[in-house]
Structures are given as C-alpha cells and as structure tokens.
Design a protein around this ligand. Structure first.
Ligand code: ATP
Length: 305
C-alpha cells in the first residue's frame, strides 16, 4: 500500500485528559477511510494532527512524507473541511470559493460551479446569511473541488438534509473514481456512508479499536440467532461482541476467527446475517467501555480515561 499519512505511537494530552493514546496507523494514498467513534473519541484531534493544527504530545505524524506542522509544502496539498467552518464576515459564497481556488493548486473550477448548482447555493449571498446546511454545502464544495491529494472531512454535513447528503456521497464517489486520492471522512452517520468506505478506523477513548479494510470487516462480522446453547458454543469459538438471550434463544454479534458455512449453522437451528457496520461499531464501542466503567459516584466529577 502506498501511504499518504502515518501516525506512530501518537499521544495527545490536554492537561490530565488523554485525547489520543498511543495511536499507530497508516492511511492509504488512494482510498476513502471512515474515521468513526463516539463523541469525544478523538476523531477531530486526529484530523487536527494530520492538518498541522496540532502537534502530538509524543509520537510522530507524517503526511505526504513529512511532518505537517508549519509545513506549507505539505499543507497546500491537504484540505480540511471541518464542522462549523468560519469564514470572514464579509465573504460571499463566491468569495469563499475564490479564496479556496487560490489556496489549492489543483482546484477544479468546473467542479466547484457544478456543485454550487447542485446544492443550489446562492453565489452572491454572504456566507453569514446562509442556513447551517448551506454553510456545510460550501465546505463540501471546497473539499471536493480542492482536489487536494489529502482531503479530510470532519463531520462535514451539519444541518444538511438527506437529499443534500446523498448528493455529497454521490459526487464524492463519482469524483473519487475519476481522481483517486486520500479521503478521510469522520462521521456519526455510519450506515449512510458504509458503502463508500474502503477502510475503517474506529477510535474509542483515544485508542484505536479497529483499523481494517472495510470488505474484510464486512466479511468477518456476523449476527447469529438460534438456540442459546448452540449460539453460546459458536460464540466461544469467535470474538463475541455482544450476546443477548431471551428465553431459550440468543442473538450474538460475532467477529469471526474462521469462516462459518451455512452447513454448520442450519442443522443446529441457527440463522446468520451480515452485521451492518453501524451495529459492529456500536457493539465494539460498548464492549470496550461497559457502563459500569465510566460511571462514577458523581458524574460531574472529571474522569481521566
Ligand atoms: N483543546 C482541548 N482542551 C481540552 N480537552 C480537549 C481539547 N480538545 C479536545 N479535547 C478533549 O479530547 C477528547 C477528544 O476530542 P475530539 O474533539 O477529538 O473528539 P471527537 O471524536 O471529534 O468527538 P465528536 O464526535 O463529539 O466531535 C474529548 O474528550 C475532548 O473534550
């Protein structure tokens, strides 16, 4: 795999709070990576490292072969579309796009224009007068039209309606197919984007829980339902992320350690279905952090995780 970015044993601490703890991973030069995790998991912090907005407390960050912090040569090839992006007060939509065009050497003006039309953005309206979803559409337009070799979207669709989000996914896929590059998409709308992803990074409390090819993940995640004893026996052989039992029947979310054939399940009265990515992520995040572990006597006390 040709690599666009690497993090090596990266830790970020804010006083006593650890936002990222010993994260090591590589991001492929061509691929759409989903950066997933619960609120506060460390997604934005990781993206800030990749865009030189932050330096790690310890460890090494490299983007396009060099440390990104204060490195113009790297940063002009990186586009960061963040939630709630602010623009100068007097900027109209067209000014925001014109400014972006000067920043990114590979800016595609035709693509920008067609996205403005698709999102029905009023080019002459001041950005500060736009609705929240429209501001997100401006960010998405900049992210896609930048054609930056490394494009990072941090929950880019605040306020975007379902139609506009679908438009974003369609245009991202179409443009990516023609111009493969590094795209990282941090999101909570896992189900919506799961079909887009080639790779998945799942953070939980600053630790990397998953760093896998999306197809491998799909192939290895199975939800099995059937007689409790049979399900328990199967679960014991695999990585059981969750098992719910009601009466004599159980339902288990498994990460498989070996291939499971229908011939093994059907005679034992079990049925299996692929586990959607969202369910897998929820099961893994909950298993990592059982409710009792995060509860304190006083929930308003600061907890150092
Ligand atoms: N400047 C800061 N000072 C102190 N703590 C911070 C700072 N920035 C982030 N944190 C903490 O670090 C943790 C990770 O934050 P981060 O914004 O990276 O999470 P996230 O996964 O992007 O969350 P969300 O999905 O809610 O946007 C959180 O607990 C957050 O409160």
């Amino acid at each position: 795999m040709t690599v666009a970015a690497t993090l090596t044993d990266v830790t970020v601490r804010f006083r006593e709070h650890t936002a990222l703890a010993g994260v090591t991973t590589s991001i492929a030069r061509e691929g759409i990576t989903g950066l997933l995790g619960r609120n506060g998991a460390g997604k934005t912090t990781l993206l800030q490292l990749l865009t030189g907005h932050r330096v790690p407390t310890s460890g090494r960050v490299e983007v396009l072969g060099a440390a990104p912090y204060e490195n113009d040569d790297v940063l002009r090839r990186v586009c960061f579309v963040k939630e709630g992006q602010r623009y100068p007060d007097h900027f109209r939509v067209r000014d925001a796009l014109a400014a972006a065009a000067t920043l990114f050497p590979e800016w595609d003006e035709d693509l920008a224009r067609s996205l403005v039309a698709d999102f029905e953005l009023p080019a002459r309206r001041p950005v500060k007068k736009l609705s929240r979803g429209m501001v997100s559409a401006v960010g998405i337009t900049i992210g896609l039209a930048s054609r930056a070799p490394v494009t990072l979207f941090d929950e880019p669709y605040l306020g975007l309606d379902a139609v506009a989000r679908q438009l974003f996914y369609d245009r991202l896929l179409a443009d990516y197919a023609e111009n493969p590059r590094t795209v990282v998409l941090s999101t909570h709308l896992i189900e919506e984007i799961s079909g887009l992803l080639e790779h998945v990074l799942l953070l939980d409390s600053g630790r990397l829980l998953l760093d896998d090819d999306a197809d491998d993940l799909r192939a290895a995640a199975l939800t099995v339902t059937g007689p409790a004893d049979r399900v328990a026996a199967l679960a014991a052989e695999h990585d059981a992320l969750s098992v719910e039992t009601l009466g004599g029947a159980s339902r288990a979310v498994l990460r498989l350690r070996r291939r499971v054939e229908p011939a093994e399940l059907v005679p034992a009265g079990m049925t299996a279905e692929p586990t959607p990515l969202q369910q897998l992520v929820v099961a893994m995040s909950l298993r990592r952090r059982p409710a009792a572990a995060v509860r304190t006597a006083d929930p308003l006390e600061e907890v150092s995780r």
